[in-house]
Design a binder for this molecule. Structure first.
Ligand code: PHB
Length: 377
């Protein structure tokens, strides 16, 4: 996305990707685009397939032990979200970048970053059995939580804020037509469960489990039994089962590295911050980061003005911390914390009942879920 936005501003870039194109296009990740993200993609000329195939959701449902309550986003905020898989966004971007003649290199080997604190940083890249050296003005570290960029910053520069939760999600992709129009986030005494979807034929479902659990211990039968137990509703609705196409377990953390810049290296997305998935913010934060970064670089090249680059990290962090708060809050509200004292379990239930019954409380959830507005850089 950054490379595409830079291209629109007449700025050239090289994209180094460790994986193959097929891997990037098949890897199942997040699925909810904020109103703000859809606007960014549309404004960048990437709204075509998204507008045709994305599923518009005007709200979500919260569930408490089998009883559902709708949070009507559109009625409360005038905005909606769009369900469109991250890998679909990635497919659209790769196709568009290649059509525009981008220097997009897949299956790169080891990359090392050099002279990041000078005026002319460079990278050494193992590729096709040889090594290339690439010189540039800036390096954007968009390489995820386990990437090399953040690790290339000397110790003592970054302040790390981290919270690890005693929770994980077991996620499956099932060949089953969704039978609810909107996502259902269920708080249940057996643990949290989420009913989501990817298309009119594919359901995406999640179960709270313990971090470090082995997916081999979760047979398809066990997964469906648990999903039925947690998601079945008192009005008789239950999830439709289907062939499980993919399954995996992901641990949960909140993480922020500050600032997002060191010298000529600028971090964006998961390289700088991780949110737990209950707020559906990960992909959206990454898109907002690169929007700010492209704008900062556009001002640098076209206005000769480094001010935008100075504001990049603070502008991202203001948004990141609001999303951190929201993702932490949704996580705390919806999961079952088995080790929590009875007081906290009662308090959590009361909070959920409050959100389900108060319009101002539901509006606060809705406003954050559909995405807070972007600020001017
Ligand atoms: C998903 O469909 O993958 C999804 C939806 C909502 C979330 C997290 C994941 O909060």
């Amino acid at each position: 996305m950054l490379s595409h936005l830079l291209h629109l501003a007449g700025i050239s870039s090289t994209v180094l990707e460790a994986r193959s194109r097929a891997y990037c296009e098949a890897r199942v990740r997040a699925g909810v685009l904020e109103h703000t993200s859809v606007e960014l993609l549309r404004c960048a000329g990437l709204g075509g397939r998204l507008d045709r195939e994305g599923l518009r959701h005007d709200g979500i449902e919260l569930g408490l032990d089998g009883e559902r309550h709708r949070i009507p986003f559109h009625e409360l905020t005038g905005k909606h979200v769009t369900v469109y898989g991250q890998q679909e966004v990635v497919k659209d971007l790769i196709a568009r970048r290649l059509a525009d003649g981008a220097d997009l290199r897949f299956e790169c080997g080891a990359v090392s970053l050099q002279d990041l604190d000078g005026s002319r940083p460079w990278m050494r890249v193992q590729h096709d059995g040889g090594a290339d050296e690439i010189r540039c003005d800036y390096i954007a570290g968009c390489d995820g939580f386990h990437g090399i960029s953040r690790a290339a910053i000397p110790a003592g520069v970054l302040t790390i804020h981290e919270r690890i939760y005693p929770l994980a999600w077991l996620g499956i992709l099932a060949e089953a037509a969704p039978t609810r129009a909107e996502l259902l986030y269920m708080h249940h005494r057996r643990g949290f469960a989420l009913y989501s979807m990817r298309s009119p034929r594919i359901t995406r479902l999640y179960l709270q489990c313990r971090p470090g659990e082995d997916i081999a211990e979760w047979s398809d039968d066990r997964i469906w039994t648990e999903l039925q137990a947690r998601l079945s509703c008192t009005d008789g609705w239950r999830p439709t089962e289907g062939r499980i196409l993919q399954k995996g377990i992901t641990g949960m953390r909140s993480f922020v590295a500050e600032p997002l810049q060191w010298g000529r290296l600028l971090l964006a997305g998961d390289a700088a911050h991780i949110v737990p998935p209950a707020g559906a913010k990960g992909m959206n934060l990454a898109l907002a980061d690169v929007h700010y970064l492209a704008e900062a670089l556009r001002r640098f090249y076209h206005g000769g003005d480094g001010e935008g680059l100075k504001r990049y990290s603070p502008a991202c962090l203001r948004r990141v911390w609001k999303a951190q708060h929201f993702a932490w809050w949704m996580t705390s509200l919806l999961h079952r914390f088995e080790a929590a004292p009875a007081f906290d379990q009662k308090r959590q239930r009361a909070e959920l009942e409050y959100v389900m019954s108060s319009r101002p409380a539901a509006t606060a959830l809705a406003e954050n879920y559909v995405g807070l507005p972007l600020e001017a850089l």
